[in-house]
Design a protein. Structure first.
Length: 283
């Protein structure tokens, strides 16, 4: 849940390779603040993190991940996550993060009116902290089986919208690249690129008979660097660009195989592969 590499080493290597952004998970932030950052207070330690980012040209910061935002105020699950919410909002303000990502990874079904209210509450909090809010579209979410369904309760605030990930889109059979291309400018808050495998039609039955890992296990262990799977990553980039999205592009390579690599190799491979796909999409 946090990196085995120090925060300082990570941002130095990211800057050296050519990246200008970093994504941070709440447990990773908490670990750095407790074990690595300098300063007496949490704010001072966050300021130390900000200094490391600035020294290495890391100008885009993505924070994540809240899972209980959809519960109404006073609900035990929302209250149990309040400490994490407070940490991410303070970190967003001090680190001058671009956006905060939330999602519905546990498949909580909720009425549209409740989602409108709780997402608007979250949106107001992130805007006050100087961030955008991105609601990640993912397979377990029953409230976002289509982009149209999600937009009904996400609303039209340009600072708070949909978060798209190549992995999730390719694992949802009710959302197409054409649907993404039809989105309006401002609908998309952020984007992440990765790759993976969709079984070929002739192998689908065999794949199902063998039994595939569950969604969470596949999501955190089986993603690939762009080009190392069979997703149409270039097509995904083109579709997102067609929607009018003009923000930064991130990577999220959650992979048991990838985690074995030294960061000097891992970061370079992702940067080079992603750059190649971006250039191809721009032709």
């Amino acid at each position: 849940m946090w990196s085995p590499w120090s925060f300082q080493d990570r941002v130095e290597e990211l800057g050296r390779v050519g990246f200008t952004g970093i994504g941070l998970f709440q447990d990773d932030i908490a670990y750095v603040l407790k074990n690595e950052a300098e300063g007496e207070t949490r704010t001072e330690r966050l300021e130390w993190m900000k200094e490391q980012l600035e020294k290495n040209g890391i100008t885009t910061v993505e924070l994540e991940f809240l899972v209980s935002w959809m519960y109404p105020e006073g609900h035990p699950k929302r209250e149990a996550e309040q400490e994490i919410r407070d940490l991410l909002l303070e970190a967003g303000k001090v680190l001058e993060a671009r956006h905060l990502k939330v999602g519905n990874i546990f498949g909580v079904e909720a009425p549209v009116e409740q989602l409108k209210e709780t997402f608007a509450d979250m949106c107001a909090d992130t805007k006050q902290a100087g961030m955008k809010l991105g609601m990640e579209i993912m397979p377990p979410d029953p409230n976002s089986r289509t982009l149209e369904q999600a937009l009904e309760w996400i609303g039209d605030d340009p600072e708070c919208g949909i978060y798209l990930d190549t992995w999730h889109v390719n694992n949802i059979d009710t959302i197409t690249y054409e649907d993404i291309a039809a989105l309006e400018p401002g609908d998309v808050a952020g984007v992440e690129l990765d790759d993976g495998f969709v079984p070929e039609p002739e192998l689908a039955d065999v794949f199902n008979e063998i039994g595939s890992p569950g969604f969470i296990e596949r999501t955190v262990n089986l993603r690939r660097i762009p080009g190392d799977g069979n997703f149409d990553v270039v097509g995904f980039i083109k579709a997102v660009r067609a929607s009018g999205y003009d923000g930064p592009w991130g990577n999220e390579i959650l992979s048991e195989e990838y985690r074995r690599l030294p960061k000097e190799i891992a970061y370079r491979r992702v940067f080079d592969a992603t750059s190649k796909h971006m250039e191809e999409a721009l032709k």
